[in-house]
Design a protein around this ligand. Structure first.
Ligand code: PEP
Ligand code: MG
Length: 289
């Protein structure tokens, strides 16, 4: 099956009915792109930058070079870099805090907004890297419009500071992850974002109250649960109506058994793990939508 799937790798993804689907890749380390032929995907739909935040916090130059490397590899194809999503299942020494319930605590954008000393460094690195390709930036774990407004305001502030110093930079489009139910239930409150990217891993665990890292509740933790699919469809419909691009970057996007349901729900833009790329494209080619 995988051998056959590989033949789909080099062609654009199109369903049996002729519907074009954009398929991007999810990466963590900048070196991940070395093993991926850029011709086989439509760019990077999610770069999880928290993996740069190892034992020591990366400085502005380290981050700038990491982002530039991915942008240069993409050669003008879109690259969506997510600001650091530390916390939850991804603790970072010296940054995240001890909590009894980390999935419901100070993670993602909440932590970044609480630690502006760290967040501003990443923002400057992103603003400077943006001139090297087709960058989009997204914020993880957004729950309220105010969090987005605060993050966007920080980009504006840092941009003004770079301009005052004469440093070349560019303001990339700013979008949000849809992974907290409050956003999926009221996307109209977020109509000023540049794009939505559905984080089905977290969205599913929060909708179903089933931890993503607990095998005992894995049967509940499925995007194909009707309540989750209904939210995905609602966000896709809202995006279509308002002209706001909607993609999905959770692991479900690369699952051949789930792809038909995601296309049914209206999605036309998936971002998958590189190892899933061939299988995902083969599943799309097989879909009736
Ligand atoms: C998600 O939650 O679906 C997602 C893509 O983000 P992460 O898995 O990094 O939390
Ligand atoms: Mg997530």
């Amino acid at each position: 099956r995988l051998g056959a799937a590989k033949t789909f790798l080099t062609a654009p993804a199109v369903t049996k009915a002729g519907t074009a689907v954009r398929v991007q890749v999810n990466i963590a380390y900048p070196s991940d792109v070395e093993g991926i032929d850029v011709e086989t995907c439509d760019g990077v739909g999610l770069m999880r930058t928290e993996f740069l935040f190892g034992k020591t916090l990366p400085d502005e130059e380290t981050q700038y070079h990491a982002y530039c490397k991915v942008l240069e590899w993409a050669g003008g194809k879109p690259v969506t870099i997510r600001t650091v999503d530390a916390g939850g299942d991804k603790p970072v020494p010296g940054f995240t805090v001890e909590e009894t319930n980390p999935f419901l605590g100070l993670r993602g954008i909440r932590l970044s907004l609480a630690r502006l000393d760290i967040f501003r460094v990443q923002i400057r690195a992103l603003l400077r890297a943006a001139i090297h390709g087709n960058l989009r930036v997204m914020f993880p774990m957004i729950a309220t419009p105010d969090e987005y407004a605060q993050a966007a305001a920080l980009f504006a502030e840092e941009r003004a500071a770079l301009a005052a110093r004469g440093v070349t930079h560019k303001l990339p489009p700013l979008g949000i992850m849809v992974e907290v139910p409050s956003v999926a239930l009221a996307p109209e409150d977020f109509a000023d974002v540049a794009f939505f990217s559905i984080g089905s891993n977290d969205l599913t665990q929060y909708v179903m109250a089933a931890a993503r890292d607990n095998a005992a509740v894995a049967h509940l933790n499925s995007v194909r649960q009707p309540a989750v699919l209904r939210l995905v469809a609602a966000v896709a419909a809202f995006g279509l109506e308002k002209g706001i691009p909607v993609s999905l970057c959770g692991d479900a996007g690369g699952d051949p058994a789930t792809i038909p349901a995601l296309l049914e729900a209206g999605l036309r833009d998936l971002s998958v793990a590189p190892a899933q790329l061939a299988m995902a494209k083969a599943a799309i080619a097989d879909a009736a939508v």
